[in-house]
Write a protein that binds this ligand. Sequence first.
Ligand code: IMP
Length: 430
Amino acid sequence: MTKSIVVLGTQWGDEGKGKIVDLLSKDVDAVVRFQGGHNAGHTLVTDGHKTVLHLVPSGILNEGAQCLIGNGVVVSLEALKKETEALEAHGVDVRSRLGISPACPIIMPYHELLDHAREKAKGAKAIGTTGRGIGPAYEDKVSRRGIRLSDLYNPGLLAEKLEEAMDFHNFVLDRYFGMQTLSYDRVLDDTLQLGACFSELVTDVSGELHRLRTQGKRILYEGAQGSLLDIDHGTYPFVTSSNTTIGAVCTGAGVGPDAIDYVLGITKAYTTRVGSGPFPTELFDDIGAGIARRGDEFGATTGRPRRCGWLDAVALRRAAHTNGVSGFCVTKLDVLDEVETIKVGIAYRLDDEILDVPPQNPEAWDDLQVEYESFPGWMESTRGITRFDDLPDNAKTYLAAMEALCGAPVHMVSTGPDRKEIIVIKHPAE
Ligand code: IMP
């Protein structure tokens, strides 16, 4: 029996990871977030009830699962407080099951201000960030200026570190962006108060994972965003500020590579993207609008409409090998039910060169032409189908083509938003 599974997005995020983590978490002992922050938005639907999670691992709705936030996650305590209160209001016992690493960098109020100020200053060149302060918080971590969760329980140290950080950031806000600065006393008080709400949840996540593993427990690592938003491997600079690919599991949770037994790559049956940046298979016609409508393609975090397009097998091929994908889970297959002819991007053309994986220099993305292969649609409902054999033949052909084109087998297919609407061809834990 496989012990530890990683669930990763293989596109530009929003692939439907939350539902899959929620589903798999009933078979595991712990669910771990290891990168990103509350820029993520994981929508879970259980018996028609919708829950959107941003920071708390998507295993929280399964009572047997311990939920851990590893050191690689940048944590907004304000967002975490809101989320835990909302879950508690629905009867979910968050506090007895959630642990947060003391090494998590804290997203401070000035990070959010800086995120907005920078985006505004960039004008037409804006990244289209979620505005949650994610980038500035990761920058502070790397510049060794960051405030960590553990600092919040040492008021003297916090006061000192915050003074240094705010001296710098208030200078930038005032002198570079011409904005109102923040009050040091206010930020210090608020941060100490927020910290106090979570003191009993502070957990040595790396140590806890080691303990669980030596006891033979099963662990599920929950990725946020997707491979094409990875700071190194994505469509830089239109990316998020963390590594969203497989290596982040080890650095962001504090485990070795032997902790990973199976990598489940989540991809939609088509492609979406929010924010700016290249999107070679993007559709600007009625087909794209139809996919957006049927797929309810609006961001779970910001409510922004998502850009929609055909499946991009070129980018997925790269994601499959960058992450060592063991199997794909194809989500939202039912959204294509009414599309007569379905196209898949199978190669890029750059000048006279044919590329079967994306270029690594970001500028080249703007000049790419896509080579497509067309597949006949199935034109009947696949909504809620739970057995592979019950899928229309054209849908089976499409999935088989995806496997062949993207370089990894399809092990799961999601046919609707509810936890139950899923085809399991091979369970990742088997
Ligand atoms: P940031 O992560 O807020 O800095 O935003 C950087 C880029 O990542 C923007 O294009 C965002 O739209 C995108 N992004 C961040 N989180 C998500 C997500 O959970 N789903 C999809 N896109 C995301």
